[in-house]
Design a binder for this molecule. Structure first.
Ligand SMILES: [Zn+2]
Length: 444
């Protein structure tokens, strides 16, 4: 199969940060050529004139299972938010509700420009998430949430250390590398508060043996780090993760809002990846992460919306905007630039996942994870190139993944584009239609 994206402004995100007007040729799921006027025939041609062609955005911290909780866990700080709302709702999940949450999440993500995620799911029924993601076209590294320690966790979410590890390994055996390599399995100990030392040490050993990512939360709120100090015998959160041998290039630590100089040195020394979630940190009142300081130390900092329950949106453009302007307030304007946040949303995300040779930029030979973003909108008039601070998720419109149709946006009548009455021909679409392509599998 082949696809030609014609005439867009291609923001390659390559090392030279090249931007060019032209065509992108995709063959068998990979980028075959980038040139000013490609004339070779293709199975399908997309007119991208008037749009930006970008690498698919990569969210490195998300919980697909929480998407149905949107609006049901507002106005609470982290530990109350977990104990009073989110854990009880996760405990109430059935396979059917989990499937619905995942479908809603994958639709929202693909329709707003995110083609790859690192996601932490709930304790049970993670197979349902893998199945639903595999059907969606999204690229995902998925972890079954591991919790064997906190007595305040609802009974249904409590598991033994052995059961938690055995199920994580069984899921890995079933799913890692499936769907043409689009889905992978990670170990996902929730955070040091709800995991025993034994569990964390065993996960560290398994991660090293399997070369698998470990996805966890760390140093998100002051309450959390005080609990970690108690359970660890006085260590700071990152020091504790180091003490249980988790600090490594495979560790993906969400938040890292409260990390002092010595913890930042530990993160840098072990090439731990930091997953910055500014929208979530604001909603829960957790704080503002020292992103410029961490980046200056060479730490890879990528971005994620976290979950619909702690953000209310899964909009990567919003996270890019917040990541930039929060640091303007905290330090000074420009300390995290528009170009920086676009890098965090693409190249840093790819590096976090160990997929930098496959995704994160539009370069010949890479996987064709590509989006097309409209710029023909009033709020973008005179917007300078690469201004995610101006852009919104709805500028990227969902159309289709290769071989699969995404849910269409409702038209003015409130009906989806594809719900036309039987027998009536499909309406001719405007020539400069806003299109988002979520090309993230080997099927195109
Ligand atoms: Zn989270």
């Amino acid at each position: 199969m082949s696809l030609l994206i014609r005439g867009g402004l291609v923001v390659t995100m390559n090392d030279a940060f090249e931007v060019l007007e032209g065509d992108v040729s995709i063959r068998d799921g990979r980028i075959a050529a980038i040139a000013s006027n490609i004339i070779a025939p293709h199975d399908r041609v997309v007119d991208a004139r008037g749009g930006y062609v970008l690498p698919g955005l990569i969210q490195t911290h998300i919980h697909l299972c929480q998407t149905l909780f949107r609006g049901f866990a507002d106005d609470l700080p982290l530990m109350d938010w977990l104990r009073k709302r989110v854990w009880p709702m996760e405990a109430a999940h059935t396979p059917a509700s989990l499937r619905a949450a995942t479908r809603l999440a994958t639709t929202e993500l693909l329709c707003s420009g995110t083609t790859t995620v690192l996601t932490m799911e709930t304790v049970h029924d993670t197979d349902v998430v893998f199945e639903t993601v595999a059907e969606s076209g999204l690229r995902a590294t998925i972890g079954k949430c591991m919790m064997d320690f906190d007595a305040q966790v609802p009974k249904r979410l409590q598991e033994t250390t052995r059961a938690s590890i055995d199920e994580s390994l069984a899921i890995r055996a079933r799913w890692d590398g499936q769907a043409g390599g689009r889905v992978r399995a990670a170990f996902a100990p929730r955070f040091a508060v709800s995991c025993s030392r034994n569990l964390l040490e065993e996960v560290a050993s398994l991660s090293s043996r399997h070369g698998a990512l470990v996805h966890t939360h760390a140093s998100e709120s002051k309450d959390e780090i005080e609990i970690v100090r108690k359970v660890s015998g006085g260590l700071a959160n990152i020091e504790y993760l180091d003490a249980v041998h988790l600090a490594s290039p495979h560790l993906c630590a969400a938040h890292c809002v409260w990390v002092d100089d010595s913890e930042q040195q530990l993160l840098a020394a072990h090439d731990v990846k930091v997953l910055h979630c500014p929208g979530s940190n604001l909603k829960l009142g957790s704080g503002i992460a020292p992103v410029p300081e961490m980046r200056a130390r060479g730490i890879t900092v990528s971005l994620g919306a976290d979950g619909a329950a702690c953000n209310n949106r899964l909009d990567m453009f919003e996270e890019m905007r917040l990541a930039a302007i929060l640091q303007a307030m905290r330090l000074r304007p420009g300390v995290v630039s528009a170009r920086d946040v676009l890098w965090m949303a693409t190249r840093a995300g790819a590096r976090t996942l160990g997929l930098e040779h496959e995704i994160g930029s539009i370069e010949t030979g890479k996987r064709a994870d590509v989006i097309v973003v409209d710029r023909d909108r009033p709020h973008l008039a005179d917007a300078r190139l690469l201004g995610p601070r101006q852009r919104r998720a709805r500028d990227a419109r969902g159309r289709r993944t290769p071989g699969r149709r995404l849910p269409a946006r409702p038209d003015r009548s409130g009906r989806g584009h594809d719900r036309r009455p039987r027998g009536r021909p499909r309406a001719r679409r405007p020539r400069r239609r806003c299109i988002m392509l979520a090309v993230s599998s080997a099927e195109c």
